[in-house]
Design a protein around this ligand. Structure first.
Ligand code: B16
Ligand code: MG
Length: 211
């Protein structure tokens, strides 16, 4: 019986619009250009690396570590205000149903997300109890494509990496899954990534895997 490890943003919920709004507010305030195209580069990338991408357009004096920390905090505060508006209706029916069926079949389920807001998001959308383990931005020191977040998820579940299936929307997430020695399933953006072992269009297609 295979275990499933799910990325969060872009797989179970879609918080990229909130990331965009929150980064945009910060970028406008400090006067650095930011648009949706740049936002697409932030998919699956850590908060600190996201800021560095946004600051590629920064034309002022180099910013200190403290100033960068303050910008990240400013963005995260706006982002959390937006996350607070999420409800269980923000999880698609087929996602919730598929997770329930996998769980009833006896598969272990975990989260493998770069986000430090993972637990808050899961609580908002009433998904916390579905998962046997959560590995997220709070328990890793290296972000995807490093395999750390998925290796930790497998450890928390008590599973060997080769018994784990990772579901990811980001190319870096598929690379991380492969580096961990796991099966990488690409959905969304990553459904177009040739390194994914399996590419799916709909979440319910997961029911055909893992037996
Ligand atoms: P936070 P995932 C990622 O989530 C997002 O895709 C990415 O845009 C974000 O920068 C990252 O989490 C960190 O999020 O600021 O909440 O810690 O796709 O790994 O679930
Ligand atoms: Mg993602």
């Amino acid at each position: 019986m295979k275990a499933f490890i799910f990325d969060l943003d872009g797989v179970l919920v879609f918080t990229d619009r909130f990331h965009y709004q929150a980064w945009k507010k910060m970028a406008d305030r400090i006067g650095v250009y930011f648009d949706e195209q740049i936002n697409n580069r932030l998919r699956g990338v850590s908060r600190a690396e996201s800021l560095e991408i946004i600051l590629e357009r920064w034309e002022g004096e180099p910013l200190s570590r403290e100033e960068k920390e303050a910008l990240m905090e400013e963005k995260n505060n706006s982002y959390r205000e937006l996350l607070a508006t999420m409800t269980p209706a923000d999880v698609a029916d087929d996602v919730r149903r598929t997770l329930d069926v996998l769980k009833k079949r006896g598969h272990k389920l975990a989260i493998g997300s770069s986000s430090k807001n993972t637990k808050f998001i899961l609580q908002q959308v009433a998904l916390t109890d579905v998962f046997d383990a959560i590995s997220d931005g709070t328990n890793i020191s290296r972000s995807k494509p490093d395999p750390e977040v998925f290796i930790k998820a497998a450890q928390f579940l008590g599973e060997e990496p080769d018994n784990c299936i990772v579901v990811e929307d980001a190319f870096a997430g598929i690379d991380a899954a492969k580096a961990a020695g796991m099966t990488g399933v690409g959905i969304g953006d990553a459904a177009g990534y040739e390194k994914a072992d399996v590419r799916i269009q709909n979440f319910a297609e997961l029911l055909e895997l893992g037996r």
